[in-house]
Design a protein around this ligand. Structure first.
Ligand SMILES: [Zn+2]
Length: 202
């Protein structure tokens, strides 16, 4: 466990130990308590800065902050992006965000709440992606646009010979919608079945 490192206070190589203690880290102006791991000089008892331990503690503080605010985790952001077959840069372009924004979020930077809401909308309303494509699709390569459209239609379960889909808004009683969501029903699929049955088409 013990490792000899330079102590700026003792001005020599010293034995150190790693301690855990609760510290408060500021994250976006908010004080977040976190169980920090800190390297301490055995000789003088002062803390010695340790980049790896500090990064670990900061990551924990970010995690706690995300939990408190109900923010998406970096892994969740990545899987939203991947569900549409987009590159990090492609998603940033589609959203008209800074080029490296998504890259930063997926690597642990904490997103602001407005960006978080947009990412949630992407996840929960694939139709929203179609609106974005209509608005910002010109920033993407035509092949990427086509791939995203295909993914959205797959997610919406729109598939027939024409491969074409339209977006319809449907109003439901909240309890019914909640129940359907709980059962993980695909509303588009259910509606398509019901319509086919009602209209007598196969
Ligand atoms: Zn020391």
């Amino acid at each position: 466990m013990a490792e000899r490192v330079y102590c700026p206070n003792c001005r020599e190589l010293v034995e150190t130990k790693v301690e855990s203690r609760v510290e408060t880290y500021p994250v976006k102006g908010e004080d977040i308590p976190v169980s920090a791991t800190v390297r301490v000089c055995e000789a003088c008892g002062e803390d010695i800065f340790d980049e790896n331990l500090d990064e670990r503690t900061l990551a924990l503080a970010y995690e706690e902050y995300r939990k408190r605010k109900g923010l998406l985790t970096p892994q969740e952001i990545r899987s939203i992006r991947e569900s549409f077959g987009l590159s990090q840069r492609g998603l940033a372009e589609l959203l008209n965000w800074g080029e490296v924004t998504i890259h930063r979020y997926e690597n642990g930077a904490v997103q602001d709440e407005a960006h978080n809401s947009v990412l949630l909308a992407l996840r929960d309303n694939p139709q929203f992606v179609l609106n974005l494509l209509a608005r910002n699709g010109g920033r993407l390569a035509p092949r990427e646009v086509e791939r995203v459209r295909q993914r959205v239609f797959e997610l919406l379960q729109v598939s027939d010979e024409t491969g074409d889909g339209v977006v319809r808004w449907v109003v439901l009683p909240k309890w019914l919608s909640d129940l359907a969501e709980e059962k993980k029903l695909n509303l588009s699929q259910v509606l398509q079945h019901a319509l086919r049955e009602r209209l007598g088409t196969s």
